[in-house]
Design a protein around this ligand. Structure first.
Ligand code: PRX
Length: 686
């Protein structure tokens, strides 16, 4: 164990960001525009071009009143924006609000019997559950009563959720929000070990999970992961008081993993004691954290992005209304996972704040075949559709002609999470959207709460392969490496930053305020003593360029993050996992272009002297990565190398490895300490 620790330490010291996704970004020529269909424009929530004037930089911060006014406040805020402690901005200070009230209770007068959540189970012979706002209200109240009165939770406590895509996930989140309890939902595909790290970091009192769920036709044992998560977190000092287990089939326990008496609680049984119970929503300060969302960064430790109640909810409500164009009568389907920020903002909080009907689909898009999403759209009358380029590529490959077979009509479609190739965009437009839907390519991040760049769907032309200009209220700037601003529309690549704060931005990294300042604000801060927000641009960590027409193109991460299928994975997390294999002494991850997933991680490892390279070791490394992080991080390939290409100071040259992996010329390697190794690695790889 100590050997692993010290080798990990040695590696970590050597590594810095010497390769970025931007360097291997896909480049495509500028495309012609597509016009939004007149039928869309005629009904759009936002068709007034004056909006950009209203949200110009000199109207900051007052312009954001319009965001807050989409919500119900118990007490209206006094101070719109408090910049007294940069860059820890505070929004709507003095206001009192409850997110659950805004997403549920306030809709009962007009929309009591309207569907809030359509839960679509993966097995096609299981009926869709249509949860009305009234039923959502009842279920959220009963579960909130259980959390408060049975578990003793109180405002400010943290709870980790490790839930699959079922209606009980938003119900659990909203019940927490009702009590002012901070939820931290971990993507269900993540391993028990990854869940443990998040329980530990957030000091969660409870773990809420489900016994089982469907994925590609298999009922997976999910409770098993809860046992691992509990045990690992407990061993490191955070013992959850209970594990609450929802049943995938109420009344029946569907996991082969045994229950632990005194610790494990079957929610569906215990809930019976709370039938009919009501819980008054807690009137939270606007500034109170609503949830944590862990995301990957440059170090091995995921960061808990902390989002505020008032600012976040206002931001996702406004962007859902005007960029997603959600009206209460729409049926809206975002085919992301609620375990990522997209699902929090644009499956749960944004759409429900607007009283929309939101679809929660349990399974994979191509199960049992590539017609599945279009059957769901037809059956439910979905008219707004939201997904990632990875899903679009997969659907296009396995069923290019499927959409035409189904009778649905989308007025609006979104792509999010990674750059979309123009040919893929055009298939999305022509085949999925049947040439009738407007498309928005939205660029944003876990940290930003909601969209930063996108076309305003009724106001802008669409340009395949580019996100839009900034949305109203967001003012980007691109800096070069020396901190000089690039001229607007120069078409030159640099680091994209946002000049101004905005209400949806995260408040800090949970328990790591210095990391927050250093990662996002230090590099381009004009004066660390300054109390003026103008001196504190937010650095997104993406390479980008702005074309002459003001449209941005995002080139990829500038840090040690690989964007796999639109999800962020830290290279350090994968490398740390690889180093747990006793024979491995060095590990380096590089992103490799992939036809479907955009990027996949490729893992290079070197072994202890004298240890022979075998396929068994490669398999062990791959399995360890999956068990430490989850299947999403599974290396595309594990390459065992005799030595890593290194600089004279001993730094691993990931740039060289990335070039080899992507079939590119590694360039001049003569200054390396061991240039001869480059040819040997190239032979191994090709
Ligand atoms: O590199 C950008 C890429 O995804 C990163 C954010 O990942 P995450 O926090 O997991 O949030 C994903 C969902 C918002 C960004 O730093 N990215 C996101 N959207 C786009 C994108 N790259 C290109 N085009 C996009 N539309």
């Amino acid at each position: 164990m100590s050997r692993n620790k010290s080798s990990r330490h040695a590696i970590t010291e050597q590594q810095t960001a010497d390769v970025s996704e931007a360097q291997i970004a896909v480049h495509w020529p500028e495309e012609d525009y597509f016009l939004p269909p007149p039928s869309f424009v005629a009904q759009a929530n936002l068709a007034d071009p004056g909006v950009f004037e209203r949200f110009s930089l000199d109207r900051f911060p007052e312009c954001f009143k319009e965001f807050a006014d989409l919500l119900d406040w118990y007490r209206y805020w006094e101070t719109m924006f408090d910049a007294s402690n940069p860059p820890f901005w505070r929004w709507f200070v003095g206001g009192r609000i409850n997110a659950c009230h805004n997403c549920v209770d306030r809709h009962l007068t007009r929309y009591r019997n309207k569907t809030a959540i359509h839960f679509v189970p993966e097995p096609e012979d299981e009926r869709v559950q249509h949860v009305t706002y009234q039923e959502l209200f009842i279920r959220v109240n009963e579960f909130a009563a259980l959390l408060r009165d049975f578990c003793g939770l109180k405002t400010g406590d943290r709870v980790t959720l490790h839930m699959p895509m079922v209606a009980e996930l938003p119900i659990s989140m909203l019940a927490c929000a009702r009590l002012g309890v901070i939820h931290s939902q971990v993507f269900s595909g993540f391993s028990g070990a990854a869940c443990a790290d998040r329980i530990l970091d957030s000091e969660s009192r409870l773990l809420i999970t489900m016994d089982a769920y469907y994925r590609s036709g298999k009922l997976l044992d999910h409770k098993e992961k809860a046992d691992t998560a509990y045990a690992e977190a407990a061993a490191k000092g955070q013992r959850a008081e209970k594990i609450l287990i929802w049943q995938r089939y109420p009344g029946r326990y569907s996991s082969p993993t045994k229950l632990v008496e005194g610790r494990d609680v079957i929610v569906n049984d215990t809930l019976k004691e709370f039938h009919g119970k009501r819980v008054e929503p807690v009137q939270m300060p606007a500034e109170a954290p609503l949830f944590l969302m862990y995301s990957s960064g440059t170090t091995g430790r995921p960061k808990g992005c902390q989002h505020a109640t008032g600012g976040y909810l206002a931001y996702v409500a406004w962007t859902s209304k005007y960029i997603q164009d959600i009206h209460p009568e729409d049926v809206y389907w975002c085919m992301a996972d609620i375990g990522w920020i997209t699902g929090h903002s644009y499956i749960v909080y944004g759409p429900l704040a607007l009283a929309a009907s939101t679809v929660v689909y349990e399974g994979v898009p191509v199960y049992p075949d590539a017609g599945r999403p279009w059957r769901i759209a037809e059956d439910l009358g979905v008219n707004i559709f939201h997904t990632s380029p990875t899903a679009i590529r997969a659907l296009r490959r396995s069923g290019p002609d499927e959409p035409a077979k189904y009778n649905y009509r989308f007025k609006h479609m979104t792509t999010v999470g990674e750059p979309i190739e123009p040919e893929v965009w055009k298939w999305y437009h022509q085949s999925v959207g049947k040439g009738e839907a407007v498309i928005v390519d939205t660029w944003w991040q876990t940290e930003t709460g909601g969209f930063l760049c996108s076309t305003v769907p009724a106001l802008h032309k669409m340009k395949p392969g580019s996100t839009g200009p900034a949305i109203p209220g967001i003012h980007p700037v691109i800096y070069d490496d020396n901190g000089q601003e690039l001229a607007r529309g120069s078409g030159k690549a640099g680091n994209i930053c946002i000049r101004n704060p905005w209400p949806g931005a995260f408040q800090t990294i949970w328990k790591a305020p210095e990391r927050y300042v250093n990662t996002y604000y230090s590099r381009y801060c004009k004066n660390p003593e300054s109390k003026d927000w103008r001196d504190w641009p937010y650095m997104a960590g993406d390479g980008a360029l702005e074309a002459a027409d003001g449209y941005f193109r995002i080139l990829g991460r500038i840090d040690d993050v690989v964007n796999v299928a639109g999800h962020r994975l830290g290279t350090k997390e994968i490398e740390s996992a690889a180093l747990l294999v006793p024979d491995v002494v060095e590990a380096a991850v590089v992103p490799v272009a992939d036809e479907i997933k955009g990027k996949v991680p490729e893992l290079y490892v070197s072994l202890k002297p004298g240890v022979e390279s075998t396929p068994e070791i490669a398999r062990q490394v791959s399995d360890t990565v999956v068990s430490r992080i989850g299947a999403i991080a599974k290396p595309h390939r594990v390459v065992i190398v005799p030595d890593m290409p290194k600089t004279r100071s001993g730094k691993i040259m990931r740039r060289v490895l990335a070039a080899i992996s992507n079939g590119q010329d590694p360039g001049d390697v003569s200054t390396l300490a061991n240039p001869e190794v480059v040819d040997r690695i190239t032979q191994l790889v090709r």
